[in-house]
Design a protein around this ligand. Sequence first.
Ligand code: AMP
Length: 228
Amino acid sequence: MDGTDTKGAPPVLILLGPPGAGKGTQARMLQERHGLVQLSTGDLLRAAVAAGTEAGNRARAVMEAGELVGDEIVLAILRDRLAEPDCATGVILDGVPRTTVQAEALDALLADSGQRVNAAVSLEVEDAAMIERISGRVTCGSCGEGYHDSFKPPAVPGTCDKCGATDMRRRADDTAATVAQRLQAYHAQTAPLIAYYDAAGALERVDAMGAIEEIATELTAVVTRATA
Ligand code: AMP
């Protein structure tokens, strides 16, 4: 990752952390405030499942079980999305990479276009808090804005503050049983990436137990440093 001249190349930031750490919420805020494009493989996979594509059909049962979708499917989706023109201003990767194979493939993919991972942020949270965070979350089915029953309820119950739609949705995999499996997958397969990015000199640790706005402020500082 080091030794390549990537000055002036579009920045690449990664949000690492267990399910419920706030990756999606923070990635959306960074997108709005810093013009980086949020790239969530979870969102892309859910769209593929809803559209009934071949990749979506292969991923559906794995996602419902709370396990990780195969690297080959995820990397194809990631490669296609990174090649879209809007990613030329820089990306914030939300939920990818999740395995060492994905991290190595991402490094190779970025090197091909003269880019690198500018920072990998580990959102640090306690497992015990995750269940509460995940079980309360809802998303606007129209614009994608995220809410939480206790931490961030919409001003008018059931109505999106941003776009006014009344199509609030809960994810099929946000159940207690699936969350336990997703946490296990995180610790077994994704947590090793913390050491991977530490060794590459790209790791930043952010305490993600606090308020959404406090964490966003810390992340803004990371983005500013990483893109300076
Ligand atoms: P997320 O929305 O990031 O919580 O992802 C929801 C589900 O999609 C995960 O539990 C996995 O089944 C699958 N998924 C999302 N991103 C990845 C990835 N990078 N690698 C493997 N599976 C993924």
